[in-house]
Every structure is written in structure tokens, then in C-alpha cells.
Design a protein around this ligand. Structure first.
Ligand code: PHB
Length: 397
């Protein structure tokens, strides 16, 4: 009896002093990204964006509240690995939030776990259009392929007659193909062929030869950002497609900012639609790019995945602040549904409360040289505050 009172007194004293483990509220966040294998460049973007946000904003958490970011390597698009790690994060580490995720197959595999354990998930990248329908505890700050590619297809139909499509053979690639086909053919264009290229270890050269032989006006392509984007640009250039006058277009993944300098002059004139360019002159973007370069080196540009990570951390900070560090999963989801940021590096963003998906601008860009560097130069806002078009087309009546 006596000793119990003594212990209680000690706890109270510690709480009053605002010190020690009792006063500190630690929010555990499971962070799954790709640190090894061929997708490590993409995973690195998530890591850099998330850690930069944490470093610059840790003073903006409520007093005594800390974030414990528990980082894990999914080794690439490996749903079984992702599932095992997320199970461990939930059961052993008792994470209260999940974030990261470059890859759609991984996010789809762990969706049921977020629902069973009620652990809110915020996607920094995984873009598959159907993921959020798999669990009410999932939300996304990245994009869907429909969001960029459908407006691109409509735009392209006004300029080109015959298009050839090549996409990576996994869900986001299939969605890019469907979105482009709808936008382009509704506008009167013709798809002369559509080819799906394996996601793992692709050799783009034979595919580019077939494109060249088919003599389309335009090649629409999607492959995951990172090293594949550079390899694809190299094949397009080596086989002389640009010299043959075949225009190269796609979502911003094909000219992703962190890889662009290595793509060479064949990238000049490539037109893309996307939500983020490191060269956009919005003040919030200039500040973000300056901070990124200061942290990681002058030569490195942040790509859209780094911005996805930055914005996801901003969502996480806002739900922690609103709940003063004591997270309830349902309250967290309600807060995420109301999230808005007029000042993301990519421009204004919001979460659509009906779908938990991102609402954002999509910009038409052209690769040009700016101050001696290749740059995705934003030419116009092709779609303002666009919701995922696929969900709009497939709304339950
Ligand atoms: C995805 O798996 O959702 C994904 C991966 C890489 C991209 C885009 C989407 O560039």
C-alpha cells in the first residue's frame, strides 16, 4: 500500500516537472520504403523528403510530443515482404500510423491489415487507382495515373493523329494505358499499338525498335520514375526516335527531376503532364528546393516522390497537432479527410473527403534548358484542382 502510494507520488512529480518518460508522448510511425534493389533510387526520394520535413519542423509538434519514425526496407515491389514487415510494425512495434510506400502492389497487399488493426495509412507515392477502396483507413497525398494522363491524352488528341503506347506491366502502367487511350481516342486520335513491358529488369531497346518501325506521330510511355526513366530515355535516343520525329510524351515519371540531368539532350522537347516540377517558380517550391539542396547537395533536385514524402509528413504533423499527440484512428481519418494545404511545393492540395485521395493541379511541361540545366518547365495549368478522373467516371450512382 505504502510503496504503491510512493510510486504514484513519483509519477505525479515526474508529470508535474514535465520531464521523464511519463511526460513524453511518442507517436510511432511505420515508414516503409525501398532502400535496396533496383527501386532504391525511388525509395531514397521518400527517405530524403520525409527526413528533411522532420528535421525542419520538429519544433512544430506540441510540447513533449515526439515522432519515432521506424524505417523499413521493402526491397522493391515485393508484396510478401511488405506484408511481413507491416505485420511486424503493427504487432511488435505498435505503430499508430503507416506511411512511405513507393509501390502499388505493396500498398494493395497491406490494405486489409490497416483495416483490421485500424492503423491509418498515408501514401507518399503508391498510386494505384483502386488502393483506397480496399480499406477505409487509407489516404493518399501522391497522385493517380489517371490524374495526369487523362488530361494529357485530351491535350495530345488536338496535336497528334497516331499514337503508340508502351507501359510497364503492373497496375499503374495499365492505368496509364487506359487513361491515355480514353483521353486520346475520345478526342479523335488513333492508338496504333499498345505494348506492356515487364517491370523487372526491362530492356527497352527492342521495344523502341518496334515503335520506330511503326512510325507513329507520338509515343506515349509510362515507366516508374528513377533509373528506368533514364534507361527508357537512353533507348529512345540511341535508336534515333527523336531524330525520326517521333514525339515522346507521358506523365512526369518519364522525366523525373532527380534523374533529368543524366538523361541527355534527347530529353529536350519531351512533353509531360504532372503535379510537380523542381523548376516551378512558386515561392513554396523555391524554399523547398533550396532547403533540399542545402541538406543533400547543390546538384541534386528533388523529384515528385520527395514532395509526396514532404506532404505526407505535413499531413502526419497536422493530425498529431490536432490531437495533441494522442492519436485515435477514426479521429485521425476524419482529420485527414479535411486536410488542405494552399502552399505545398506543388501548389494548392487537398484531400477529397469522399475518396481520401489527393486533389491537385496538373501542369503541362516541356523539357528545356534553363541556365545550362535540363528542366521540366511548367507551361500552363492543364487541370486545376483535379480529382482522380477514374473515380469520377466510376462513381456509384
Ligand atoms: C506505383 O507503384 O504506384 C508507382 C511506382 C513508380 C511510379 C509511379 C507509380 O513512378
Amino acid at each position: 500500500m505504502r510503496s504503491r502510494r510512493f510510486v504514484t507520488t513519483l509519477f505525479l512529480a515526474a508529470a508535474l516537472l514535465g520531464a521523464g518518460p511519463l511526460a513524453a508522448q511518442t507517436v510511432k510511425v511505420g515508414f516503409l520504403t525501398t532502400y535496396s534493389g533496383p527501386g532504391a533510387a525511388q525509395g531514397d526520394q521518400l527517405d530524403k523528403g520525409a527526413k528533411l520535413y522532420l528535421k525542419l519542423n520538429s519544433g512544430k509538434l506540441p510540447k513533449g510530443v515526439k515522432i519515432d519514425l521506424i524505417s523499413r526496407d521493402d526491397t522493391g515491389a515485393n508484396p510478401d515482404v511488405a506484408k511481413r514487415i507491416v505485420q511486424e510494425l503493427i504487432v511488435r512495434d505498435k505503430v499508430q500510423l503507416l506511411t512511405g510506400f513507393v509501390w502499388t502492389p505493396n500498398a494493395a497487399a497491406i490494405a486489409p491489415l490497416t483495416a483490421e488493426a485500424k492503423v491509418p495509412y498515408i501514401s507518399m507515392n503508391a498510386a494505384g487507382v483502386n488502393i483506397l477502396n480496399l480499406s477505409p483507413y487509407m489516404a493518399r497525398v501522391s497522385f493517380t495515373l489517371w490524374q495526369s494522363v487523362y488530361p494529357l491524352g485530351q491535350w495530345a488528341a488536338k496535336r497528334f493523329k497516331r499514337a503508340y503506347i508502351t507501359v510497364s506491366d503492373f497496375a499503374p502502367g495499365h492505368e496509364a494505358q487506359e487513361a491515355f487511350t480514353k483521353g486520346f481516342t475520345d478526342g479523335g486520335g488513333e492508338i496504333i499499338d499498345a505494348v506492356r513491358i515487364p517491370l523487372a529488369n526491362p530492356d527497352f531497346v527492342p521495344y523502341m525498335q518496334r515503335v520506330k518501325d511503326s512510325k507513329p506521330d507520338v509515343l506515349f510511355a509510362f515507366n516508374p520514375a528513377g533509373k528506368q526513366a533514364t534507361a527508357m530515355m537512353k533507348a529512345y535516343s540511341d535508336l534515333g526516335l527523336h531524330k525520326a520525329g517521333i514525339k515522346y510524351i507521358g506523365p512526369g515519371d518519364i522525366t523525373t527531376d532527380e534523374e533529368l540531368q543524366g538523361m541527355g539532350d534527347a530529353a529536350l522537347g519531351v512533353m509531360t503532364v504532372h503535379h510537380y516540377s523542381a523548376f516551378a517558380d512558386r515561392p513554396a517550391n523555391k524554399a523547398f528546393v533550396a532547403a533540399y539542396k542545402k541538406e543533400y547537395g547543390e546538384k541534386l533536385n528533388p523529384g515528385f516522390m520527395a514532395v509526396g514524402a514532404w506532404d505526407a509528413m505535413d499531413v502526419i504533423f497536422s493530425v498529431i497537432r490536432a490531437q495533441k499527440g494522442k492519436l485515435d484512428p477514426d479521429k485521425t481519418m476524419d482529420l485527414i479527410k479535411q486536410y488542405k494545404n494552399p502552399n505545398s511545393p506543388r501548389g494548392p492540395i487537398a484531400i477529397d473527403p469522399d475518396t481520401r485521395d489527393i486533389v491537385q493541379n496538373e501542369y503541362l511541361r516541356e523539357v528545356r534548358k534553363v541556365g545550362g540545366q535540363l528542366a521540366n518547365v511548367e507551361l500552363e495549368t492543364l487541370a486545376t484542382q483535379i480529382k482522380d478522373p477514374w473515380k469520377e467516371f466510376n462513381k456509384k450512382k
